[in-house]
Design a protein around this ligand. Structure first.
Ligand SMILES: NC(=O)C1=CN([C@@H]2O[C@H](COP(=O)(O)OP(=O)(O)OC[C@H]3O[C@@H](n4cnc5c(N)ncnc54)[C@H](OP(=O)(O)O)[C@@H]3O)[C@@H](O)[C@H]2O)C=CC1
Ligand SMILES: O=C(CO)COP(=O)(O)O
Length: 354
C-alpha cells in the first residue's frame, strides 16, 4: 500500500455503511469495513457483494471487510460509524480501545439515544473526548447511492479539518459533500425527519392526495424547526440538505424504510408486523416516542409527532387522527415571521367582537 493513501474504517455492514465504504474506495482510499456477521464478511471479501443489505451492488473490490475491530481500526485516519442508534453506543465502546485522538470520527446514524436524549455525535464525544468529531447527513437513500444516482450530503462539524477531510474522502462525480458547522442541527434534522416519513407512508397507503403530502411535509418542517429552536439549534439549518432535503426524499420514496413502515401500517398491519417485514432499521419508530416525550416535557407544540405516537403506540386509527389534526387550531404558516401567539390573539379578538 502506498504511504499517502487515506485509511478509512467503516463500522457497520448495512446498506449505508456498505455504500460509503465503496465510495471511499472508489476515491482511492484504503478501506476496511467492520461487521459482526462472519458470513457477510466472507461474501464482501470474495464476491464483493452484500447480499443481505444491497444485493445488486458491485462493491469496490478494494474494500476489505473484517469482524475484527482492531484490524479495521488500526491506522485509520477517518472512521465512519453506520450503526443503528440502538447499538451505536455499545459498538463505540467495543471500538474504544483502538480509537486514537487524532482520528476523525463521523456518525452517519439518524437516531436518538434513549438514555438522556443524546445524539450520536454526543455519544462519540462522551465516550472518547476526541476533538475531530462530525456528522454526515442528508437525502441519501443508500440504494440510490449504490446505483450512482447524483446525490448530495452534508458533513457537519465545528472542526474545519474534519469537514475538509470528509469532503475529500467521499466527494466524487455522483456524490457531493457540502459543509456545515451546525453539527447539532444537521444531526437533529436527520433524526426528526424519520418521524414524518412514517406519517407520509401512512397517508399514501390511505390514498391521501398530493396536497395532503405537501401539507404534511411543510408542517413537518415547521414542527421540526420549532423543536430544534427549543433545543438550541439554528433553524436555518433546516432549509438545507439535512433538513428539508432529507425530509423531501424520505417522505416521498418507497425506498425509505421509515416510509415503508408507515405504508404497511396504513395498509392495516400492526407495528410489529411492519417492522418485522422490513428486516432493517426504521429509526423513526423509536424517535417518535423519544421526541414526543421530550416535547411533552419541554412544552413544545408538536401535533404531528403526538398524533403519530398515538397511532403507533395507543392504537388510535390513522384516519381518525388525521381528522383530529385537521380540526386543530388554524395557526401561523411561518412562525418565525408571524408568531403563533399573534394568530391566536387575532382570532380571540374576532370572537370577542362577534
Ligand atoms: N440506509 C440508508 O439509506 C441510510 C441510512 N442512514 C442511517 O445509517 C444508520 C445505519 O443504517 P443502515 O446501514 O441503513 O442500517 P441497516 O439496517 O442496513 O444495517 C445495520 C448494520 O448495523 C449492524 N448492527 C446492528 N446492531 C448491531 C450491533 N449490536 N452490533 C454490531 N452491529 C450491529 C447490522 O449488523 P447485522 O447485519 O449483523 O445485524 C448491520 O450491519 C441508521 O441510523 C440510518 O438511519 C443514513 C442515511 C441513509
Ligand atoms: O435517511 C435516509 C435517506 O436520507 C434513509 O431513510 P430510511 O432510514 O427511512 O430508509
Amino acid at each position: 500500500m502506498s504511504e499517502d493513501r487515506l485509511r478509512v474504517a467503516v463500522l457497520g455492514g448495512g446498506s449505508f455503511g456498505t455504500a460509503l465504504a465503496s465510495i471511499a474506495a472508489d476515491n482511492g482510499a484504503e478501506v476496511r469495513q467492520w461487521l459482526r456477521d462472519a458470513a457477510l464478511v466472507a461474501e464482501i471479501n470474495h464476491d464483493h457483494r452484500n447480499s443481505r443489505y444491497l444485493p445488486d451492488y458491485a462493491i469496490n473490490p478494494a474494500v476489505m471487510a473484517s469482524d475484527d475491530m482492531r484490524e479495521v481500526l488500526d491506522g485509520a485516519e477517518l472512521v465512519l460509524i453506520a450503526i443503528p442508534s440502538e447499538a451505536f453506543q455499545s459498538v463505540v465502546r467495543q471500538a474504544r480501545p483502538w480509537l486514537k485522538s487524532d482520528q476523525i470520527l463521523v456518525s452517519t446514524t439518524k437516531g436518538i439515544h434513549e438514555d438522556g436524549f443524546k445524539l450520536m455525535s454526543q455519544i462519540l464525544e462522551e465516550e472518547t473526548g476526541f476533538p475531530h468529531i462530525g456528522v454526515l447527513s442528508g437525502p441519501n437513500l443508500a440504494s440510490e447511492i449504490a446505483d450512482k444516482h447524483l446525490t448530495a450530503t452534508v458533513i457537519a462539524s465545528d472542526d474545519p479539518f474534519t469537514r475538509a477531510r470528509v469532503q475529500t474522502a467521499l466527494g466524487c462525480d455522483y456524490f457531493r459533500v457540502y459543509a456545515s458547522n451546525d453539527r447539532y442541527g444537521v444531526e437533529l434534522g436527520g433524526a426528526l425527519k424519520n418521524i414524518y416519513a412514517i406519517a407520509a407512508g401512512m397517508a399514501a397507503a390511505l390514498g391521501m392526495g398530493e396536497n395532503t403530502r405537501s401539507m404534511l411535509m411543510t408542517r413537518a418542517l415547521a414542527e421540526m424547526s420549532r423543536f430544534a429552536v427549543d433545543q438550541g439549534a439554528n433553524p436555518m439549518t433546516f432549509l438545507g440538505l439535512a433538513g428539508v432535503g432529507d425530509l423531501i426524499v424520505t417522505c416521498s420514496s418507497n425506498l425509505s424504510r421509515n416510509y415503508r413502515v408507515g405504508y404497511a401500517l396504513g395498509e392495516g398491519k400492526t407495528l410489529d408486523e411492519a417492522v418485522d417485514a422490513l428486516g432493517q432499521v426504521a429509526e423513526g419508530v423509536n424517535t417518535v416516542r423519544l421526541v414526543r416525550d421530550k416535547a411533552c416535557e419541554d412544552g413544545v407544540y408538536m401535533p404531528l409527532a403526538e398524533g403519530l405516537y398515538q397511532v403507533l403506540f395507543n392504537g388510535v386509527p390513522a384516519r381518525q387522527m388525521a381528522k383530529m389534526l385537521m380540526q386543530g387550531e388554524q395557526s401561523s404558516d411561518v412562525e418565525f415571521t408571524l408568531s403563533r401567539e399573534a394568530v391566536s390573539q387575532a382570532r380571540r379578538q374576532e370572537k370577542d367582537n362577534e
